[in-house]
Design a protein around this ligand. Structure first.
Ligand code: ADP
Ligand code: MG
Length: 258
């Protein structure tokens, strides 16, 4: 089952990790305020898990980080970029951020390797040979080195999600955002995806992860942030926030998911 950990060679990371700093972030849709003044820090190389009930604003927060949504107020720094600065070079900033969603949206008509190379050649202007080499390296990294020539529909959901991670890593991101990466998967394929994420954390990648996998959060997260109703209710190390929450709303939520 756990083929990722046993078959993946140890990679010397070579990761250049960026930090994230969010201050006073507000976001509304019409007159519905979804983020009500969020402040959040992720130090370079750290893993922060974001937990909270559905509708609390977790996805909106992630989407604000790489400006898939435009914040109404507040500042966001990603590595050397101030995302919220009016003159920010959005494309350059986005290139430092890899994003993995619940629904992985691979191109069905492209092979696994082509899924990992198309943005490298189109966006980063890498040669096909360089892109292929980087794609192969990252498919090996997620335990799918032998699947390069398959098509997405020949893979399990968990394998497809690992391809989506390899695709993101092939752009050499300095920060990875994960939005419930295992929520849509069959239970038996979840473990391999979490193993890949665990390895990535060990290699020193900065990661902001929305997840309901409390076991993963306890084991991997440097800090856990509990959000509800567009505010950060409680944050700290996993042992505290998940193990001994002090806020009633956190306690209620954990009772439901644990
Ligand atoms: P979570 O990821 O924690 O479930 P979301 O960030 O997806 O929460 O959503 C927070 C709130 O914002 C929800 O009430 C949702 O309906 C609303 N929302 C999210 N995206 C949009 C949008 N594009 N337009 C209008 N409302 C939205
Ligand atoms: Mg969400």
């Amino acid at each position: 089952m756990n083929d990722v950990e046993t078959n993946t060679p140890a990679f010397s990371s070579g990761i250049h990790a960026a930090g994230v700093s969010i201050r006073g972030l507000r976001k509304s849709y019409g007159n519905h305020e979804v983020l009500k003044g969020i402040s959040l820090e992720v130090a370079p190389g750290d893993v922060v898990c974001l937990i909270g009930p559905s509708g609390s604003g977790k996805s909106t927060l992630l989407r604000c980080v790489n400006l898939l949504e435009q914040p109404n107020e507040g500042t966001i720094h990603v590595g050397g970029f101030e995302s919220t600065h009016p003159d920010v070079e959005v494309d350059k900033m986005r290139r430092t951020v890899g994003m993995v969603f619940q629904h992985f949206n691979l191109f069905p008509h492209l092979t696994v390797l082509q899924n990992c190379t198309v943005a490298q050649t189109k966006v980063l202007k890498r040669s096909q040979a360089d892109a292929d080499a980087t794609g192969h390296k990252n498919l090996t990294r997620v335990g799918l080195g032998d699947f390069a020539d398959r098509f997405p529909d020949q893979l399990s959901g968990g394998q497809q999600q690992r391809v989506a991670i390899a695709r993101a890593l092939s752009m050499d991101p300095e920060l990875m955002l994960f939005d419930e990466p295992t929520s849509a998967l069959d239970p038996e394929t979840v473990g391999d995806v979490l193993s890949v994420m665990r390895n990535l954390a060990k290699e020193g990648m900065t990661m902001l992860v929305v997840t309901h996998e409390m076991g993963f959060a306890r084991e991997v997260a440097d800090r856990v942030v509990f959000m509800d109703g567009g505010v950060v209710v409680e944050e700290g190390v996993a042992e505290q926030v998940i193990g001994a929450p002090t806020q009633p709303r956190t306690q209620e939520f954990l009772k439901r998911v644990l």
